[in-house]
Structure formats: C-alpha cells, structure tokens
Design a protein around this ligand. Structure first.
Ligand code: NDP
Length: 266
C-alpha cells in the first residue's frame, strides 16, 4: 500500500456511489484519512467498514450539500474530527437531461443546487485561514494546511465533465453547471495557487455509475442507454486514478485540468 498521503485528511462529496466511492477508496489506499459525505448513510457505513478492513481510516458524514448549513457542517465535522483538511474532492453531482422546451424547472433547480451551489458552499467552508478571528478555533483548513506539514500543499479537485467543455442538444442545464464549474475552478486556482492550494478540474467522459439512472425512463431510453450499450465506458476507478494522480504531484506541480475519456468515445 502506498503511503504518500499519510498524515493528510481528504473530504470527498458524493462518496456513497460511483466515482466518489472509488476516489475515497483510492485516497485511503494512499494513506489519507477520508471523510465520506453524502445523504445515503447506509452506503457510507458500508464503505467505511470496507476502508477500515483494508487498514485505512474513514469518517461518515451524512449531509445534503444543497443545504448550505449542512455543507458547512460537513466540513467543520471533518476538521474537528481529524484536526485538519488537506484535500477536498467536490464530486457530488446530478445529471438530468432533456429539452429546454417545456422542461421541468424543478429538475434544473435540483441540478444547480448540487452541481453548483453545493460545490461553492463546501469549497468556501474548506478554505478558511481566519488569522483575523483569533477567538475562533485555529483548526487547519486548506489554506492553513498548505502552510504546515506534512506536504505543505493542499488540493481541491472539482469533478466536472466533458460536458464542461462541449455542449450538446438536450444537455443544456447540465452543460451550464459544468461549464460554470470549469470557470469557477480556474478563477479560484489563480486566487490561491501562490498560497500552495492547488485547484483543478477533472473532466470525465462516460463512466459506469448510477448517474443516468435518475432520469425519466423515456430520457434514459433515448439519451443514455443507447450510449452505454454501444460504448466501452470508463470504470469509476479510472477517475479515482486521475484524482490520485492530481493530488500526489510534487508541491511545485499543479494539474489544472485533467480530461479522461473512454477510448471508445468520440
Ligand atoms: P453517482 O450518481 O453514482 O454519484 C453521485 C453522488 O452524488 C452520490 O454519491 C450521491 O449521494 C451524491 N449526491 C447527490 N446529491 C447530493 C446531495 N444533495 N448532497 C450530497 N451528496 C449528493 O454518479 P457519478 O459517480 O457518475 O457522479 C459523480 C460526479 O461525476 C458528478 O459530478 C458527475 O456529474 C460527474 N461525471 C460523471 C460522469 C459519468 O459518466 N458517470 C461523466 C462526467 C462527469 P447520495 O445520493 O447518497 O446523497
């Protein structure tokens, strides 16, 4: 087992399935203590047992990140439990496809709430340095962790999508959220990189997860199932490998953008 993240703490949102669960496993294999954030506590309990059986350390943090208070509490719970935070993986996401004409606005709101609002809240809560508020507990969040050992660097990886680079008919609001994630990520990278918090996006193509299953049956039949039936897609572990690569670079090397596609996907 590699130990190049030993002594560090990682928080992964959307750790109850798919890419988030695989990423949490992989970071734990690299020696990080991992906080597992999602709504389905039973899944997080199972993953914690699995990680601990393999010799790792994990914490279940049940939270709906669309609720700002819960998103902030998830970060605080992690920092209070483990004493620090070195790596944030903003992975939780929702993809509801379909035409804009006659769309259900409630679906747009849910996607924006998870993919954008949730990501913003966990990011903001993870950065504090707070030297101007000495009465507050001085627990090392990302900016402070980057000043101290063990690595003197911290990381934010935002899981975007190929849908953050290319727009397609029927993907409108999902495209909007992921293009937005890409722009926000690069802006934040420029803001904090010289304080040694590395910020980057990982943009996957098709991955075999539950992501498409939240769509209506007619959308699944028209836009999702045909693609998965004809394409050898990625496994969640392929994306976990990419996250692990990004956060284990030497301190002077920052990966701003990693685009991982199935070879089979044009
Ligand atoms: P999954 O549906 O398997 O995982 C989504 C995760 O997000 C679940 O763990 C879910 O947990 C969590 N989540 C959803 N809503 C909330 C919420 N309100 N609060 C907290 N957690 C929430 O899909 P993937 O693993 O595929 O998706 C992970 C990321 O990868 C997403 O951002 C997605 O856009 C991106 N992506 C996926 C691709 C693919 O082909 N699969 C391609 C490109 C990008 P719970 O329901 O327990 O809360």
């Amino acid at each position: 087992m590699a130990t190049n993240l030993s002594g560090t703490v990682a928080l992964v949102t959307g750790a109850s399935s798919g890419i988030g669960a695989a990423t949490a496993r992989r970071l734990a294999e690299h020696g990080a203590s991992v906080a597992l954030v999602a709504r389905r506590k039973d899944r997080l309990d199972d993953l914690t047992a699995e990680i601990e059986k393999a010799g790792g350390t994990a914490l279940v943090v049940e939270a709906d990140i669309t609720d700002r208070a819960q998103a902030e509490a998830a970060v605080e719970q992690t920092v209070e439990h483990f004493g620090r935070l070195d790596t944030l993986v903003n992975n939780a996401g929702l993809m509801l496809l379909g035409p804009v004409v006659d769309a259900e606005v409630e679906e747009w709101e849910r996607m924006i709430a998870v993919n954008v609002q949730g990501l913003l809240c966990t990011t903001r809560a993870s950065l504090p340095h707070l030297p101007h508020l000495p009465h507050l507990p001085h627990l090392p969040h990302l900016l402070k962790a980057a000043e101290e050992g063990p690595r003197r660097v911290a990381d934010i990886v935002n899981i975007s999508s190929i849908a953050g680079r290319v727009a397609w008919n029927g993907y409108g609001v999902y495209n909007l959220t992921k293009f937005g994630v890409n722009g926000f990520t690069e802006s934040l990278r420029q803001e904090v990189t010289q304080r040694h918090v590395r910020v980057g996006v990982l943009e996957p193509g098709g991955v075999d997860t539950e992501l498409g299953s939240h769509n209506k049956p007619e959308i699944q039949g028209a836009m999702i199932t045909p693609f998965y039936e004809t394409t050898e897609v990625l496994a969640p572990e392929d994306i976990a490998d990419g996250v692990a690569y990004m956060v284990t670079r030497p301190r002077h090397s920052s990966i701003g953008d990693l685009w991982i596609m199935p070879t089979d996907q044009a």
